[in-house]
Design a protein around this ligand. Structure first.
Ligand code: ADP
Ligand code: MG
Ligand code: ZN
Length: 470
């Protein structure tokens, strides 16, 4: 793309809320279940079925809004957005139109040098549609997803590059996930984003005609679609052509965007207030309570851990992979004399840390860090014990005794072992006595090998020296 144009992007992001049940019925929210096993007359749009709003969905939507510094509406309502598509059995989506539940937020993202603020126009609550699967024999419909609560987050057209878009999505995903509101998996569709992109002459403050890009289901695809689309629009403008507002798809195989339809307008949807649901009325107290339940965001926790325990970035990141991991670390850190050892130990297996609830009690994690910190066990043994505790939580001090994992520091036992090692390596002993003292290290190594690393290195050295100098 030539430099005479500036890229302007606004994002609409849909996130499925991880409530137990759907937005307007008591069907379970699931992923990957047998198709059409979690649906009922309400979510499949049978005549006469009446929706009832799930309070949890409201709570999660507002918590998401608070994480994005939004203003919360104490009065909002649901509207019908009317359109027909095979994945929408009711032929309308219950959404919010002119009274969204949250407005006017922002999110700061790293960009070029320093932070950049992305303004958020609105966040509203709506329901998901079903899932279509196209096969060679026809198209299949799974209604399990119909009626799953969604939030749609709409930004101002504040992005100027694909990198900024990626940074925003990463920050958004981390915050929402950390608070347990959604798992935000792009590949499973629980986070989906549409990119609105236009070009304008550099320096202009008017907006150009935009294309809305759909079906971008990874960060990488989003970045590739943006690059392609910006190039395409620039070519049209350079050739003296005009652009019109349209909805475009992205083909993962070719890396190209293609026209799907001209952009629909708000009038096309015939929005009107949902007659089957009362308005959503909240009190300041309820919102304050929900706000107080939100966890401290991961970025600020990372900064705190690095400062307090002198951790590097990777370790701090591993510890804040989930709220469960961070909470477990903090609780155990308060109980051990060696929080830094605890941090490195926990972060040594980031994949395990990221799998939800931490199955080891804080007291046991702390005891393990103490054992490692005071050098009763070596770092390899500490990691093995952690795996053991993960499989079956237990007191690591008892496990050390039961499994004989402690460091060998009994002088008599080490002396006996040193004698064996010397007897088994007469050449080395001779060399040492002839003045080649470097072989001592190899002999210590032998002692370690015979004890699977448990022999205390300092004491082993002493035992060898006392025998060799005779
Ligand atoms: P819809 O796409 O549903 O019609 P909006 O008009 O609110 O809804 O726009 C949706 C998104 O498109 C917003 O993120 C907005 O910032 C962005 N947007 C609107 N106009 C432009 C434009 N000319 N160029 C780039 N982004 C735009
Ligand atoms: Mg749109
Ligand atoms: Zn249902």
């Amino acid at each position: 793309m030539s430099t005479q144009y500036e890229m302007v992007i606004g994002l609409e992001t849909h996130i499925e809320l991880r409530t137990e049940t759907k937005a307007f019925c008591s069907c379970a929210v699931t992923f990957g279940a047998e198709p059409n096993t979690h649906c009922c007359p309400v979510c499949t749009g049978m005549p006469g079925a009446i929706p009832v709003l799930n309070e949890r969905a409201v709570e999660y939507a507002i918590k998401a809004g608070l994480l994005l510094h939004c203003r919360v509406s104490l009065w909002s309502r649901m509207d019908r957005k009317n359109y027909y598509y095979p994945d929408l059995p009711k032929a309308y989506q219950i959404s919010q139109y002119d009274h969204p539940i949250c407005t006017d937020g922002w999110l700061d993202i790293p960009s070029g040098e320093g932070m950049k603020r992305i303004r958020i126009e609105r966040l509203h609550l709506e329901e998901d549609a079903g899932k279509l699967t196209h096969t060679e024999h026809g198209t299949l419909l799974d209604c399990n997803r119909c009626g799953v609560p969604l939030i749609e987050i709409v930004t101002k057209p504040d992005f100027r590059s694909a990198d900024e878009v990626t940074a925003y999505l990463q920050e958004l995903r981390e915050r929402i996930r950390f608070a347990g509101l959604s798992d935000c998996k792009m590949n499973e569709g629980s986070l989906r984003c549409d990119v609105n992109l236009s070009l304008r002459p550099a320096g202009s403050d008017r907006l150009g005609e935009r294309a809305e890009l759909k079906n971008l289901n990874s960060f990488q695809f989003a970045a590739r679609a943006i690059a392609f689309e910006a190039g395409r629009q620039a070519a049209v403008l350079d050739a003296g052509g005009t652009l019109f507002a349209e909805t475009r798809g992205f083909d993962e195989r070719t890396g190209e965007t293609f026209s799907m339809r001209p952009k629909e307008t708000q009038e096309d949807y015939r929005f009107f207030p949902e007659p089957d649901l009362p308005p959503i009325v909240l009190t300041e107290e309820t919102v304050a309570r929900w706000e107080s339940e939100l966890p401290e965001p991961p970025a600020s926790r990372r900064a705190r851990y690095r400062e307090a325990f002198g951790l590097n970035r990777e370790t701090a990141e591993a510890l804040t992979v989930s709220r469960e991991a961070a909470d477990a670390f903090e609780e155990a850190a308060g109980l051990t004399r060696y929080p830094r050892q605890l941090a490195t130990l926990l972060a040594s297996d980031p994949a395990r840390l990221s799998q939800g609830a931490i199955p080891v009690s804080a007291a046991h994690l702390a005891a393990l860090a103490d054992l490692a910190g005071e050098k009763t066990i070596g770092s390899g043994t500490a990691r093995e014990l952690l795996s053991l505790l993960w499989r079956e939580d237990q007191d690591p001090r008892e496990a050390v005794v039961r499994l004989g994992l402690g460091k060998l520091s009994d002088p008599a036992a080490l002396r006996a072992l040193a004698r064996e090692v010397i007897a088994g390596n007469p050449r080395m002993a001779e060399e040492y006595r002839a003045g080649k003292t470097a072989v001592l290290q190899a002999l210590i190594g032998q002692m370690m090998r015979r004890t699977q690393g448990r022999a205390d290195p300092g004491l082993s050295r002493e035992a060898l020296l006392s025998l060799l100098s005779i």
